[in-house]
Design a binder for this molecule. Structure first.
Ligand SMILES: Cc1cc2nc3c(=O)[nH]c(=O)nc-3n(C[C@H](O)[C@H](O)[C@H](O)COP(=O)(O)OP(=O)(O)OC[C@H]3O[C@@H](n4cnc5c(N)ncnc54)[C@H](O)[C@@H]3O)c2cc1C
Ligand code: FES
Length: 506
């Protein structure tokens, strides 16, 4: 199982249409890639192109992780802003990050063309406009920074939104958009044509480097795979400790409704609120497009007012895009925000032949594609120019303040072990809902199923012991510390956790 078993489904569906068997027996390969989202499949694709023998393993359906929940902007403009990145990491690192983002959009375009993938890929402009109440000089700062790092940017008198006065805004040329799951389907077909093997419903619970430099990948079912190198692309790595001090998980929300074709320009739109709104179109039928609108993010586990957030998102969308029809799709997902705003891609701390890709942030698609090129280059003994900027082992000195704040939050969640429980008794929990209950010194994650039966498990996350929170929209348990999600019965469905919430006593 993976995040495809959370309650909502995106406009794209729950997962790719590709079927893959589970792996039950011991096996060998040159490289194992763990995780079949945009990052894992991009890594596998680049390796297969350089004639490596690749195996992809996923705990659930192929493409059933956060990639199925994306909104599919392919942006080289940075959602945390280049002027902020320059302050944190300096202009040289910012140039490398910009180059990686530009090359990622180019790479998608090339792969789509060379592999004949029909995924509605299109190049288009992106518009960043000032939201009321946000810093008035933000656009000027970003304009200067974008030019310094080598990004194509220009001023526009207004964003092309009929009837809405956005004021002067920034226009970024050559951004992109696609249908993420059609793209993954195309990648998988291209992988299979090159002999790669893919397995779903195969939970990996350990990777370890051996004395000879080989890597053993251990599956929950007991099978083992011996490989020369392994890439962990599980969105949040299950085999790392240190990296979890460099990023934090956030839930984000999206809605989709139809607009008459031509009533909104086919472009990407962002405002400058924090959290910001993000908008794009997707062809629906001959006469209409889907307008997809996202935002209202919060730190994972720190909100249960999802209906309020969806209402705010809808009202902002209607105010800015008056032709927006009924909301036909609503979904949420999670991104991992690195404290210095740069994805963590490269060699793992756990072994020279173990690699990783995480810290996706709101640019997880372009970061996933960049991870494909970076990790494949490293495994092939080459370095790409932007490897250093993304090195997961980098110090985050310039982000010390945020580092401390993110980890105080995590520490606070651990401290919740000694604070009162959320409800006094299971009687207060309605059918289809969950809550935290105290049982002596322990905390339980209790869920009442639609038939009225209570199932309770330990509320301590099996990754590192934080207390989980009930997510009333997705009907799952979210861990606020490093991004794990669990099904109502405690089954782990999102990394880094692998084991179910323990001590089942239903
Ligand atoms: C609402 C929303 C909107 C977004 N919009 C954009 C956008 O417009 N542009 C953009 O660039 N990014 C966007 N993002 C971010 C981006 O979509 C994600 O960061 C990206 O898709 C993550 O890809 P991934 O491959 O790292 O992870 P995933 O797609 O989650 O893939 C990881 C895979 O690893 C598997 N796995 C986990 N643990 C194990 C294990 N132990 N064993 C085996 N397999 C395992 C999972 O089953 C999963 O399939 C958005 C995200 C959300 C939620
Ligand atoms: S995800 Fe790390 S403690 Fe829960």
């Amino acid at each position: 199982m993976n995040a495809s078993s959370e309650r909502s489904a995106s406009l794209w569906g729950r997962h790719s249409s590709i079927e893959a068997p589970s792996l039950e027996a011991n096996a060998t390969a040159e490289v194992a890639v763990i995780g079949a989202g945009i990052a894992g499949l991009s890594i596998a694709y680049e390796l297969a192109r350089s004639a490596k023998e690749v195996v992809v393993l996923d705990r659930g359906r192929i493409g059933g992780g956060m990639t199925a929940r994306t909104t599919g902007h392919l942006a080289s403009e940075l959602d945390d802003y280049y002027h902020v990145l320059i302050e944190k990491r300096g202009v040289d690192a910012a140039r490398e990050v910009c180059r990686a983002q530009i090359e990622a959009v180019d790479r998608v375009e090339t792969i789509v063309r060379e592999e004949g993938i029909e995924c509605d890929f299109r190049r288009l402009d992106g518009y960043l406009f000032l939201a009321p109440g946000t810093e008035p000089t933000l656009l000027e700062k970003e304009y200067e920074a974008a030019r310094r790092v080598g990004l194509e940017v220009a001023w526009a008198d207004r964003a092309p939104i009929p009837g809405v006065r956005t004021g002067r805004c920034l226009r970024f040329a050559s951004q992109g958009r696609f249908h993420p799951l059609k793209y993954l389907d195309g990648l998988v077909e291209a992988l299979r044509r090159r002999g790669a093997r893919l397995y779903g419903d195969t939970i990996v619970n350990d990777v370890a480097e051996e004395g000879d430099g080989g890597v053993v990948v251990r599956m929950a079912g007991g099978a083992e795979m011996r490989v020369r190198a392994c890439a962990v692309a599980t969105n949040s790595p299950f085999n790392e400790v240190e990296v979890h001090y460099k990023q934090a998980p956030y839930r984000t929300y999206a809605i989709a409704g139809r607009v008459p074709r031509g009533s909104v320009e086919d472009a990407l739109f962002w405002d400058t609120l924090d959290p910001y709104h993000y908008v794009r179109l997707q062809p629906a039928d001959d006469a209409s497009d889907w307008l997809i609108s996202g935002g209202e993010d919060h730190k994972t586990g720190e909100a249960d007012d999802m209906e309020v957030r969806f209402a705010l998102l809808e009202s902002w969308t209607r105010a800015h895009f008056p032709s927006f029809g009924a909301v036909e799709h609503r979904w949420s997902g999670q991104v991992l925000e690195p404290v210095d705003h740069v994805a963590l891609i490269g060699r793992s701390t756990t072994g020279r032949n173990i690699y990783m890709a995480t810290g996706d942030s709101g640019q997880g698609l372009t970061n996933g594609v960049a991870a494909g090129r970076l990790v494949a280059a490293l495994i092939g003994g080459r370095e790409l120019p932007y490897a250093e900027a993304h090195d997961p082992q980098r110090a985050v000195r310039s982000a010390v303040k945020e580092f401390v704040v993110e980890n105080l939050d995590a520490a606070r969640k651990l401290a919740e072990k000694v604070t009162p429980a959320e409800v006094g008794s299971a009687d207060e929990i309605k059918p289809g809902e969950g809550a935290i209950l105290r049982q002596g010194l322990k905390k339980l994650a209790a869920y009442r199923d639609p038939s009225g039966a209570i199932r309770s498990v330990s509320a301590e996350c099996t990754h590192a012991g934080c207390i989980v929170s009930w997510n009333p929209f997705e009907k799952c348990w979210d861990c606020p510390c490093h991004g794990s999600h669990f099904a109502p019965d405690g089954t782990a469905i999102n990394a880094p956790a692998v084991e179910p919430l323990g001590g089942q006593n239903s």
